[in-house]
Design a protein around this ligand. Sequence first.
Ligand SMILES: NC(=O)c1ccc[n+]([C@@H]2O[C@H](COP(=O)([O-])OP(=O)(O)OC[C@H]3O[C@@H](n4cnc5c(N)ncnc54)[C@H](OP(=O)(O)O)[C@@H]3O)[C@@H](O)[C@H]2O)c1
Length: 257
Amino acid sequence: MKPIAVVTGGSSGFGREFVKQLLQTEMQEIWVIARDPEKLHRLQKDFKNKIRIFSLDLSDLCSIETFSHTLAKESPDIRWLINNAGYAKFCSYCDLDIRQSANMISLNAIGTVSMGLCCIPYMRRGAHILNIASQSAFFPLPYLNLYSATKAFILHYSQALRTELKDKGVGVTAVCPGWMDTGLYARANIGVQKAPSRFIPMFSPDKVAKKALRDAQKNKAVSMYGVTVRFSYAVAKLLPQKIITKMWLSQQNLNDF
Ligand SMILES: NC(=O)c1ccc[n+]([C@@H]2O[C@H](COP(=O)([O-])OP(=O)(O)OC[C@H]3O[C@@H](n4cnc5c(N)ncnc54)[C@H](OP(=O)(O)O)[C@@H]3O)[C@@H](O)[C@H]2O)c1
């Protein structure tokens, strides 16, 4: 059985960095899932025959069933699952309708859980799941409301799953990046006035991905890159929620509307 890695949302941004770095390992193939076939073909052209592409919308359970059928047919040896596909919207709760809100939960939360459920049967001792959460998982964030809630879900779910998978020998790491320079902002910015707009410091996704893979090899529960992210994690544990919310609103200049 050939060792493979599965990377969701691997056609751009943070996911693409994981693909690049996993290509340097003994993985024989990297299976990359995203929606846009053009971007996927470009990735395949850039990295040649080690990349296998799947054009699927992971916010739709039918796509996950399609992927499950491929796994059942081929029974691969999945060494890495990078559960990375996800997106944000910078806005108030009322700027998104029910469908839009449900779609973010479907991709960020349900997609992550479902991909784990369909890949775990093909993962054996030493394999690892990286679930991509965010620094925003540490606290409820007004005007990043739904996104931060989906990422908090991933963080909690991953930490519990990690314990449950211990006997099977499969590791789980929740990756909590701060702001990273990727395509996320183009999709997140819907142009409303009351929304976060100060994205500092901005980290480079290749460094965050490198640290995440290193942390996974050390079997860490949570991977954080950068002093500000570590600081936020500590603050979330120490300070009352009310103060943290005030700090966030003032940092993002959201008090003056
Ligand atoms: N950038 C940041 O500041 C930041 C910080 C913390 C955490 N994160 C997390 O990092 C992860 C990657 O985001 P990114 O910053 O790299 O954004 P990105 O550049 O927009 O990349 C998102 C990737 O996910 C794919 N994708 C989006 N919707 C999908 C769907 N419904 N089904 C399948 N694939 C889908 C995209 O391809 P298609 O559009 O072709 O589907 C793309 O490959 C996300 O989970 C995000 O929440 C990002």
